[in-house]
Design a protein around this ligand. Structure first.
Ligand SMILES: NC(=O)c1ccc[n+]([C@@H]2O[C@H](COP(=O)([O-])OP(=O)(O)OC[C@H]3O[C@@H](n4cnc5c(N)ncnc54)[C@H](OP(=O)(O)O)[C@@H]3O)[C@@H](O)[C@H]2O)c1
Length: 357
């Protein structure tokens, strides 16, 4: 009897126990479900808030900006906005200037090709005429950016061709290879005058006519080296830093007008720049550097520059990720930048490659 009672008692306990466990489980499930529901609705609430409050104000302008840019990437719209504009391009006899001449001529503008070598300019002109028939015939203008005294007269000649200039592309320039301690001051002056004072003089000679019409674009071809200085390029880098500063200032000073200023900073472009560079002693460097040879195609660069000009962009950094990181490091961590540049300088010096870098 007693044994039976005990069995019944145990059975009762186990039934009660399992009932309690299943009740607990049910409650836990409910709590879990409610928790998931609350989490889900909180996530939805916050993501809506984030989307609406933060992402949308960021994404919308980005979308509008890209729509605006794609408008100018579209050749038909871009060419319509540039058609019959008078464009003066310096350094049009080779490299990036020649590619820019092709791009602007194809877009239906009236191109004035300026540089020192008349024969090279005539060749570019003939190429343009044969490759892209247009109602506008390119004009050749010999101009030496180093001859500061004659620049106002040359600007007058350019202005007299069509009565005005819509777009001035300050592209002509030379590069330099050498060590500061061994470089003649004459070389610094030559690079500075050609790359900086020449374009400044030309801009000053053309600017009054743009101000009179309250219209025009001034494009300055600077360089990544206008933002960061690298060893054994002092004169070139200094001339491009000065270019950046001058045209940045001009941009601000012209903000009340309808005149647009754009500074273009390319990384390496595959042109004759290193071949035509001057050495510390003022001789021709005459070497095609590996970095220049593996640089961007000048026609791709020109395409980007014409889009930026048509879209009236104020700045264009035409470079890969590494130069962009270097610019970032220079601004936000100067000690790291100088550490890296110092080791670069020591490496080049150890390999006795100052000229070949
Ligand atoms: N290639 C690159 O990696 C690179 C990178 C960043 C920026 N850039 C810049 O891009 C611009 C064009 O250079 P590029 O790469 O096309 O080199 P490039 O092939 O050597 O062309 C230089 C042009 O500048 C002209 N020029 C040189 N000295 C001149 C002077 N005293 N007066 C008038 N014109 C002069 C040359 O014509 P003449 O000899 O007939 O006068 C030539 O048309 C330069 O401002 C350069 O600093 C180039």
């Amino acid at each position: 009897m007693m044994q039976n009672d005990m069995k019944i008692g145990r059975l009762k306990n186990s039934v009660l126990g399992s009932l309690a466990v299943s009740a607990c489980l049910q409650t836990l499930k409910k709590v879990y479900r409610n928790f998931c529901k609350a989490l889900y609705s909180a996530m939805m609430h916050w993501s809506r808030l984030l989307l609406g409050g933060i992402a949308l104000p960021l994404v919308l302008p980005w979308l509008v900006y890209n729509l605006y840019r794609s408008h100018f990437k579209n050749k038909i719209f871009r060419n319509r906005s540039l058609e019959d504009k008078v464009v003066l391009i310096t350094g049009a006899s080779s490299g990036l200037g020649e590619a820019l001449a092709h791009a602007f001529h194809k877009a239906g503008t009236k191109v004035i090709l300026a540089a020192r070598r008349k024969d090279a300019l005539e060749k570019v002109k003939n190429d343009l005429i044969t490759k892209y028939p247009s109602k506008n015939t390119p004009v050749v203008l010999t101009l030496d950016l180093h001859d500061l005294k004659r620049i106002p007269q040359k600007a007058r000649e350019a202005l007299d061709l069509y009565g005005h200039i819509d777009i001035l592309v300050n592209n002509g320039g030379i590069s330099y290879r050498g060590e500061i301690s061994e470089t003649d001051l004459e070389v610094d002056l030559r690079v500075m005058v050609t790359n900086y004072f020449g374009p400044v003089a030309l801009t000053k000679a053309i600017l009054p006519s743009m101000l009179e019409r309250n219209s025009g674009s001034i494009v300055a071809i600077s360089s990544v080296q206008g933002k960061i200085a690298i060893p054994f390029r002092s004169a070139y880098s200094a001339s491009k830093h000065a270019t950046q500063a001058f045209f940045d200032t001009l941009k601000s000073e012209l903000s009340h007008t309808n005149i647009h200023v754009c500074v273009v900073s390319p990384g390496y472009v595959h042109t004759n720049l290193s071949l035509n560079a001057v050495t510390a002693r003022g001789e021709l460097y005459g070497v095609m550097d590996e970095s220049t040879a593996s640089g961007m195609d000048p026609y791709d660069a020109a395409e980007n520059i014409i889009i930026a000009t048509a879209a009236k962009r104020s700045e264009l950094l035409l470079a890969g990720i590494l130069p962009k990181i270097a610019i970032f490091i220079r601004v936000f961590s100067s000690w790291l930048y100088f550490y890296l540049m110092g080791s670069r300088a020591r490496r080049i010096r150890a390999a006795n490659m100052i000229k070949e870098d």
